[in-house]
Design a protein around this ligand. Structure first.
Ligand code: FAD
Ligand code: EPU
Length: 292
């Protein structure tokens, strides 16, 4: 049976991925699947693995650069209602993997639930944020994760506690497991104070980063004790271009894709930045952005 027959309602063939990422770049997925339930997701993953196809899970595409020739495999997106539910229970919430991080952070802050206000303005989904341990110097999502319900690589559903999730700087132990939902735990704050902190962090982010542009946030991780953005800036690279990709003037660790840019322009610019920073400061920059 063909993919489009077996999964007629939830798989699209040769589906453009660019519009599903913040960069707005890159080619199509051989199959793009939007399962409605964890069972449907498991069936899709089983078939993909039986056929030896590459599989990727796409959140809001805020940390991903898709190559121009796309993904010759299955890309899964958990954006259907079954993955976007939030169940509140006092100071905890079970949050679906497909829930929008920015809106959720704002809602918590408005409710006076403290713990995520430092993440104000970070785009993404809960699933992608848990996988990346998204955060700022004011806190990371791992700080409030109690446990995560996930689909393991052997297609068994499981719950991993915070300890098992191995959160570190922009990393977690997740490696092919798919987050279905996360249980988050907050502390009760004064609604006005939590909201003020949220507004302050959002303003700081908007002041220092090009949030309205097509980017994937910081391209490189900060090397221990240093800021990659500062090193790129000191190397004189702000404004440097490769085709339609350029180093942002607002923050040098952001690459912005202008109209007409391609993913290969971004990749060439990444190589140029790495070479220059290695030469000038003897520092090897490590990618934070994932290249598919
Ligand atoms: P994607 O980019 O879609 O995917 C990222 C990774 O998560 C991939 O490996 C993907 O396979 C995996 N993934 C996605 N969903 C799941 C799931 N359900 N289960 C398992 N794995 C999954 N990041 C920060 O940490 N701090 C910042 O301050 C910050 N600022 C940003 C500002 C801008 C303007 C932009 C565009 C990005 C910024 N980022 C920042 C990066 C990005 O927002 C985060 O990495 C975010 O967590 C990505 O979430 P996503 O849903 O878009 O994941
Ligand atoms: N700086 C420059 N030039 C630049 C950028 C920064 O000189 O172009 C200097 C700043 O003046 C400051 C220092 O570098 O003295 C640090 O800059 P900033 O406060 O902007 O923080 P960062 O280390 O560059 C990190 C995260 C961001 C996160 C901010 C806020 C990484 C790679 N980046 O940036 O996360 O939003 O802190 O906490 O960890 C992301 O991960 O995608 C991301 C945007």
């Amino acid at each position: 049976m063909s993919w489009s027959t077996e999964f007629a309602d939830c798989v699209e063939c040769d589906a453009p991925l660019g519009k599903l990422t913040w960069f707005r770049l890159g080619g199509p997925a051989r199959y793009l699947s939007r399962p409605r339930s964890a069972d449907e997701l498991a069936a899709i993953m089983t078939r993909a693995r039986n056929e030896g196809l590459e599989t990727q899970v796409l959140g809001a595409g805020a940390n991903v650069l898709v190559r121009d020739d796309g993904v010759d495999g299955v890309v899964v997106r958990l954006d259907q209602p079954g993955f976007r539910e939030v169940e509140w229970d006092g100071l905890t919430a079970r949050v679906g993997a497909g829930v929008d991080l920015m809106l959720f952070v704002r809602e918590c802050s408005a409710r006076g639930l403290s713990g995520l206000e430092g993440l104000a303005g970070i785009p993404g989904t809960i699933g992608g944020a848990v996988r990346m341990n998204a955060g700022t110097r004011h806190g990371e999502i791992g700080d409030v994760v109690r446990d995560v319900e996930l689909l393991r690589r052997d297609n068994v559903r499981d719950t991993w506690t915070r300890d098992q999730l191995g959160f570190g700087y922009r990393r977690s132990a997740l490696d092919g497991e798919i987050v279905l939902s996360a249980r988050l735990e907050f502390s009760q704050g004064d609604p006005q104070q939590v909201n003020e902190a949220f507004v302050e962090h959002l303003a700081e982010k908007m002041r220092t980063q090009p949030l309205g542009a097509h980017s994937a946030g910081c391209v490189f991780k900060n090397p221990a004790g240093r800021s990659a953005g500062e090193l790129i800036d000191r190397a004189g690279l702000k404004g440097t271009r490769c085709g339609g990709a350029r180093v942002a003037r607002e923050h040098a660790n952001f690459i912005v894709a202008d109209d007409g840019a391609s993913a290969s322009d971004v990749l060439r610019l990444i190589d140029l930045i790495r070479d220059r920073v290695a030469r000038e400061f003897d520092v090897e920059l490590e990618l934070e952005v994932e290249v598919w």
